[in-house]
Write a protein that binds this ligand. Structure first.
Ligand SMILES: NC(=O)c1ccc[n+]([C@@H]2O[C@H](COP(=O)([O-])OP(=O)(O)OC[C@H]3O[C@@H](n4cnc5c(N)ncnc54)[C@H](OP(=O)(O)O)[C@@H]3O)[C@@H](O)[C@H]2O)c1
Length: 305
């Protein structure tokens, strides 16, 4: 990072947070962790931004302003992957509008989903998403919750050949679907899976993440905080002293560093419309990560709470 950019980041943070810095965000702290997409080697920042509910704010000026500040902070601190879906109300159009207003379109890696049945309906929905997200070509389209997966994957393979989408993938949010996800990625021609994985929902670690590594499939983690439930569990509980040794300045960083340290991991996408939280989350992608022994300690400590 060059000096003017560092100064800009400090200024942006000071403006965004009224001089109060969120934990672990410091602009001159260690380099942001990037992970390579296995099929191409392209690198993306290991913490992204989920938009479910939090960017579904069209028509509410105050909430749209929060989303704008969040996206600005996210990009200012090096974030790239933004995940949306036609299932998320106005999130796609709000993301497209704010990215254009902020002039950050070229910095984003825009991921959305297809969530309908039938080839023609899928094509119409994906074209609609491109219009709402204001992109000529999407970085990633994922089949949402495996709905009519074989139909949409056939379309997406054609679209990829034609250059209309860069990567294709499949998602789910529940361990009950992990075996189906594994079956789909085993042949090796799926670029990304998006799956739930966290200290509260660790099931993907049993088989699916290893299958992803073997098939060279990138992994995006949704629900990294189990939709916020993990913060309720640790409410009023201080971080253990040893968490500081692996650079955790907050519970969010503890949760995210545990995820990011898994060797199959490409990117985790916590959802938030809070600029302080987005900075906190990106802070997890700076500094050290736990080794396997410390990961086990983190898990048993969390389980004991
Ligand atoms: N089937 C699928 O494909 C699927 C399913 C589920 C989710 N997803 C994707 O994954 C994304 C993430 O999942 P999610 O939104 O369900 O749950 P999540 O990221 O596990 O949790 C979101 C919650 O965590 C809170 N939070 C975020 N950062 C925080 C921080 N640093 N400190 C304290 N609280 C924090 C948020 O509150 P604040 O708003 O107050 O920050 C929000 O309540 C979604 O937005 C979506 O893009 C995909």
């Amino acid at each position: 990072m060059d000096i003017p950019r560092r100064n800009w980041l400090k200024l942006a943070a000071a403006l965004a947070f009224g001089g109060r810095m969120p934990p672990g965000h410091a602009a001159d702290s260690p380099k942001l962790l990037e992970r390579a997409i296995p099929k191409t080697g392209e690198k993306i920042a290991a913490v992204g931004l989920g938009t479910w509910q939090v960017f579904d704010v069209a028509g509410d000026a105050a909430e749209t302003a929060q989303a704008r500040e969040t996206l600005k902070t996210f990009v200012g601190l090096g974030g790239r992957v933004v995940d949306s879906s036609p299932m998320y109300g106005s999130s796609e159009s709000v993301t497209g509008q704010l990215a254009a207003e902020l002039g950050v379109e070229s910095k984003l890696f825009v991921a959305t989903k297809v969530w309908t049945s039938g080839r023609d309906a899928g094509v119409r929905q994906m074209e609609d998403s491109m219009r709402k997200l204001r992109v000529e070509r999407l970085d990633l389209i994922q089949v949402h919750n495996l709905v009519d997966a074989s139909t949409h994957l056939a379309t997406l393979r054609e679209w990829k050949k034609a250059g209309r989408v860069r990567y294709l993938g499949v998602t789910h949010y529940h361990a009950g679907a992990h075996a189906d996800l594994e079956k789909i990625i085993r042949p090796g021609d799926i670029d990304f899976i998006q799956v739930n994985y966290s200290l509260a929902e660790p099931d993907a670690g049993r088989r699916l993440l290893a299958a992803a590594a073997e098939s060279r499939t990138a992994v995006i983690v949704n629900r990294p905080f189990a939709e916020g439930a993990m913060f309720r569990r640790v409410r009023d509980k201080p971080l253990p002293g040893w968490a500081k040794e692996i650079g955790c300045a907050s519970w969010a960083q503890y949760f995210l560093k545990w995820i990011l340290a898994h060797p199959s991991m490409t990117c985790a996408i916590p959802g938030t419309r809070n600029p302080r939280h987005v900075a906190d989350n990106l802070g997890a992608a700076r500094g050290p990560l736990p080794d396997e022994a410390v990961r086990r300690r983190m898990a048993s400590y969390f389980d004991s709470l």
